[in-house]
Design a protein around this ligand. Structure first.
Ligand SMILES: [Mn+2]
Length: 376
């Protein structure tokens, strides 16, 4: 019955980028960005560019958006507008918005005719969790995730500035590099926000951090508001947090060194990611997978220890949805056709079935796994 797990590919540097993805070797990232903007801005008729990221931006995406805003204003004389969609509800991320007074416009209610072009951070065109205004060209991408299949681009031209660095721990660190190259001195707010971005994606440099990530972390930490950093890292929590935690704990099952949690309906996509992180820390967990539906989108988060998350989620999703990832982290979405409980239950059964195929039969403790209250 059980299929062997798909082979784990070598590290991210072994993934070859398609032509046109990633900057040409040896080029200065800032120099390249400046030349692309200078070449195109004549066609913008004074309209403002938009800075976008994926839905429900996480700290790295938020920090990269607001860091890019500083760069575009101060180095390129542009007046960008930041827009985002998806309600942010993870307590740390809400605290980041509040403490650093970050505000942006709703990407779903934009008058698109007022804007010239899109600058995209921490994601790429073609990703399922990223909606782009079809009439606006994407002129620049700043990211560190594996690129999507060429088919996902549906024949659209590649952005002329496509800065993709798979080895980078955080997009915020890339942004720090641009600001440093532009000799822009970091004010306390920008430093604090970039520090939040780098520490979130690299777990304080513990995960796949490069020299640039370390330099970004130390330099921004030195200039940060440390009281704000502390309030962002350990925010107060609403009662619903404990309700959702209880629900996740009661639904999760252990299968040897794997924890699976299919939660049915959840209040936010972020709680899915948060629970996947939380379960991954259980000994001797080697990977965790948590899923839950918000509206008509089913969200999945997969976390691993010491192996690539991407091929595991690829197998679990099968043909059901879209996904992306890097290193030990992967996330995916499945569109639900209806609001009905039946459809959701069937999807969760399929996902569980495919996840179980990845666990060697001898380690699985049956199809139903072990409830956390049954742990001896
Ligand atoms: Mn990121």
């Amino acid at each position: 019955m059980s299929r062997p797990p798909p082979p784990v590919p070598p590290g991210p540097d072994a993934v070859t980028l398609p032509p046109g993805v990633g900057l040409p070797p040896g080029v200065s990232p800032l120099g390249h960005l400046r030349s692309v903007v200078e070449r195109l801005r004549g066609d913008w008729n004074g309209k403002r560019p938009l800075i976008l990221s994926h839905r429900t931006p996480d700290p790295d995406a938020l920090a990269a958006m607001f860091g890019l805003e500083v760069l575009l204003r101060r180095d390129l004389g542009l007046e960008p507008e930041i827009a985002a969609s998806g309600r942010i509800s993870r307590a740390e991320n809400v605290a980041m918005l509040r403490e650093l007074e970050l505000s942006y416009v709703d990407a779903e209610r934009l008058d698109r005719s007022r804007y010239s072009a899109v600058f995209l951070v921490d994601t790429q065109p073609g990703f399922g969790h990223t909606t782009l205004p079809p009439e606006l060209p994407v002129v620049a991408v700043f990211d560190h995730h594996r690129p999507p299949d060429v088919a996902a681009l549906a024949g659209k031209p590649l952005p002329p500035h496509y800065d993709l660095r798979l080895e980078a721990g955080a997009t915020s660190a890339l942004m720090f590099g641009y600001l440093r190259e532009a000799k822009i001195e970091l004010d306390q707010r920008t430093a604090t926000l970039l520090c939040c971005g780098v520490r979130f994606d690299t777990l304080d440099l513990a995960l796949s951090a490069t020299k640039l990530d370390s330099e970004a972390f130390y330099e921004t930490f030195r200039r940060s508001d440390h009281a704000k950093l502390a309030r962002i890292q350990r925010p107060s929590l609403p009662p619903t947090y404990y309700r959702d935690l209880y629900r996740s704990l009661s639904r999760a099952r252990m299968y040897g060194a794997v924890v699976l949690g299919f939660l049915g309906r959840v209040t936010s996509a972020e709680s899915v990611a948060e629970m996947a992180d939380f379960f991954r820390r259980m000994e001797p967990c080697r990977w965790s997978l948590v899923g839950g539906a918000v509206g008509q989108t089913y969200h999945l988060s997969l976390r691993t220890e010491g192996r690539e998350a991407y091929p595991l989620l690829q197998h679990v999703l099968g043909a059901d949805g879209s996904f992306g990832g890097r290193g030990s982290v992967a996330g995916g979405q499945v569109r639900l056709a209806t609001d009905e409980w039946d459809e959701l239950a069937r999807l969760e059964r399929r996902l569980r079935g495919r996840a179980l195929e990845l666990i060697p039969a001898g380690e699985r403790t049956g199809r139903r796994g072990v409830r956390l209250t049954q742990i001896p």
